[in-house]
Design a protein around this ligand. Structure first.
Ligand code: PBG
Ligand code: ZN
Length: 324
């Protein structure tokens, strides 16, 4: 009878040993909390498809930002939901727009909190697409012009980082030029580089009222089976001046997170998106899984794959469970 000499279970015997050989640890410093901002005051409206997530008005988002700082989470990403929408998404680059006012309010209350803004048109257009429509098509170059103006207005309002999520070609370069031309050369770009046309954005589109009125986003967001193309997207954004590259969604695309980590030297972000969050919360509500453990497992897996930043709706819950 020959028994194994190598026994990997030896170092798994108790919690102390497991702590000593643990290879990856989630940290509060990895987390970015997405926040939705609406018009009005005193608003803290629950989002049905994302239990635990709310829409805030400018005054209450400041209060939430204080909780974020108190929890030790370094950053938020703001999404604006305007009252009025039109074909060109005029609200997106309005200096008095919802995101611009939220950025000003949050930065003046919490100057050390890193404020990222999502730069896109879909929350501001009446058709719900991420760009400008001509003859039923989303036109690239006119959209890029609007996106650059939007990023510039967010930066002028005080955003530390702008994050284009539209997937138009050339938008990172156009945004870099607009920022530099406006003496905002210190504002960084977090590029949603490998953003896939995913079913997992469903709850977000409810939250942001940004579902496309016709068609879908497959002519600009990436086709899920494509890996090489994702690397080309990331390389292009890097060459155009992106400071941080993002993969989105996270868990179904962990191969690309790992590959981006190997291929590029810049920080890599991954977005654990609304549908990924909602699946865990919904199953936990039914008593089918332990929601806290499933969430922690999802997020540490994203970190293990190589992500430096994790955008997650669970940032505050997770931070509360982590050692300081
Ligand atoms: C806007 C945007 C979306 C998300 C982030 N920015 C939705 C979309 O592209 O349809 C999704 C975030 C999430 O699902 O949590 N372009
Ligand atoms: Zn969009």
């Amino acid at each position: 009878m020959s028994y194994p000499r190598t026994r990997l279970r030896r170092l798994r015997r108790n919690d102390t040993l497991r702590r000593m050989v643990r290879e990856t640890a989630l940290s509060r410093d990895d987390l970015v909390l997405p926040l939705f901002v609406v018009e009005g005051s005193g608003v803290r409206e629950p989002i049905a498809s994302m239990p635990g997530v709310h829409r805030f008005s400018v005054d209450t988002v400041v209060r939430e930002a204080k909780r974020v700082v108190a929890a030790g989470v370094p950053a938020v990403i703001l999404f604006g939901i305007p009252e009025r929408k039109d074909a060109r998404g005029s609200g997106a680059d309005d200096p008095g727009g919802i995101v611009q006012r939220a950025v000003e309010a949050v930065k003046s209350a919490e100057p050390d909190l890193c404020v990222i803004t999502d730069v896109c048109l879909c929350e501001y257009t009446d058709h719900g697409h991420c760009g400008i429509i001509e003859n039923g098509d989303v036109r690239n170059d006119p959209s890029v012009e609007r996106l650059a103006a939007t990023a510039l207005s967010h930066a002028r309002a005080g955003a530390d980082i702008v994050a284009p999520s539209d997937m138009m070609d050339g938008r990172v370069g156009a945004i870099r030029s607009a920022l530099d031309g406006g003496s905002l050369e210190d504002v960084a770009i977090l590029a949603y580089s490998a953003k896939f046309a995913s079913a997992y954005y469903g709850p977000f589109r409810d939250a942001a009222e940004s579902a496309p009125a016709f068609g879908d986003r497959r002519s600009y967001q990436m086709d899920p089976p494509n890996r090489r193309e994702a690397l080309r997207e990331m390389r292009a954004d890097l060459e155009e001046g992106a400071d941080v590259l993002m993969v989105k969604p996270a868990l179904p695309y962990l191969d690309l997170v790992a590959e981006a980590r190997r291929e590029f030297e810049v920080p890599i972000a991954a977005y654990h998106v609304s549908g990924e969050y909602a699946m865990i919360v919904a199953a936990a509500e039914r008593g089918w899984i332990d929601g806290d453990r499933a969430m922690d497992e999802a997020l540490v897996s994203i970190k293990r794959a190589g992500a430096d930043w994790i955008l997650t709706y669970a940032a505050l819950d997770v931070a509360a469970r982590l050692a300081p």
